[in-house]
Design a protein around this ligand. Structure first.
Ligand code: ZN
Length: 298
């Protein structure tokens, strides 16, 4: 076992979590939550997405959110963008880092953005170039890296091939994402092991969803391969109100608790995270998937 000594948790709740909440969360509340999160030791927060408001009405206030937050030194405020237009908006609104997405599944990518993977990669090349003009880094998320609801199993070689293409385009980092919660621990160990073998020192983040209850098992499997950066969502948000327990991201405070029990340093303030999680539960108005928020620290 080569468990890392230190792990960084990146907060994606304000984007991946909130975007699936049906009722519109007031901009001021989003800003308040982001500002509280930035005081817990998190080093990166995906604050919003610059997707067309018709597609994701929840983040129609993306500019206002970025303008309203208090920038805490040492925290990266990133934004998800679907295309160059979104990147233009995000960069002029002051996003510190860009998250661009491509699915490694041809079918999912077509259904999601109506483009082939090759077309998406061209798109990402333009996003990377634009971000560079602003002196900003682009991290690329590889969606469905552990399986696809349409295509089923995704061969490891396919993920590595798209990863290689994305890095050749100049991506500053990779997020290997289990978009619909299909990953299993052995598969995680194999893929993370291969990636670290091919690209040692790569800025690599794992992004798991707890859709089928294997979220923390997959985090642990990745830790065993030395992975040290994880996307997590406060309160485990990311499920829809129709199925609140079903499909959230791995939960920030639950992962922080796992790290604590593994004696791995995360730099996170667990009691404060729990306070924020309780507040998030009030804001969304349904029972959130997080476990620690229900059971408490002792
Ligand atoms: Zn996600």
């Amino acid at each position: 076992m080569k468990l890392p000594e230190k792990v960084k948790i990146f907060e994606v709740g304000p984007r991946d979590g909130f975007q699936k909440v049906e009722k519109f969360i007031p901009t001021a509340v989003k800003i308040e939550i982001i500002d509280q999160l930035s005081g817990t030791g998190l080093t990166k927060i995906e604050a919003t997405s610059f997707v067309h408001p018709r597609v994701i009405p929840q983040t129609r206030d993306a500019e206002e959110v970025l303008a309203g937050i208090q920038r805490r030194p040492g925290v990266i405020y990133s934004a998800l963008v679907p295309n160059v237009k979104g990147a233009e908006r995000a960069l002029s609104a002051g996003a510190d880092e860009i998250n661009a997405v491509v699915s490694v599944s041809e079918t999912y990518n077509r259904k999601n953005v109506n483009m082939s993977v090759a077309e998406s990669l061209q798109n990402i090349a333009a996003v990377i170039a634009l971000a560079r003009e602003y002196g900003r880094k682009t991290v690329v998320s590889l969606a469905n890296s552990f399986g696809c609801p349409f295509e089923g199993e995704i061969p490891e070689e396919r993920v590595l091939e798209v990863a290689r293409q994305v890095l050749d385009l100049g991506a500053g980092g990779l997020v290997v994402a289990d978009t619909t919660g299909l990953a299993g621990p052995l598969q995680v160990r194999r893929l993370v092991g291969r990636i670290e073998e091919i690209w040692p020192g790569l800025d690599l983040t794992l992004h798991f969803h707890d859709t089928r209850g294997l979220g923390l098992a997959n985090v642990y499997a990745a830790l065993e391969e030395g992975a040290d950066q994880f996307d997590c969502s406060i309160a485990g948000l990311g499920g829809s109100p129709a199925a609140p327990y079903a499909s959230g991201n791995v939960c920030t405070e639950d992962v922080a608790f796992l790290l604590k029990r593994l004696e791995i340093e995360s730099g996170l303030d667990l009691p404060v995270l729990l306070e924020i999680s309780r507040k998030v539960e009030e804001v969304v108005g349904f029972t959130v998937p997080g476990r620690l928020v229900k059971a408490g620290l002792r």
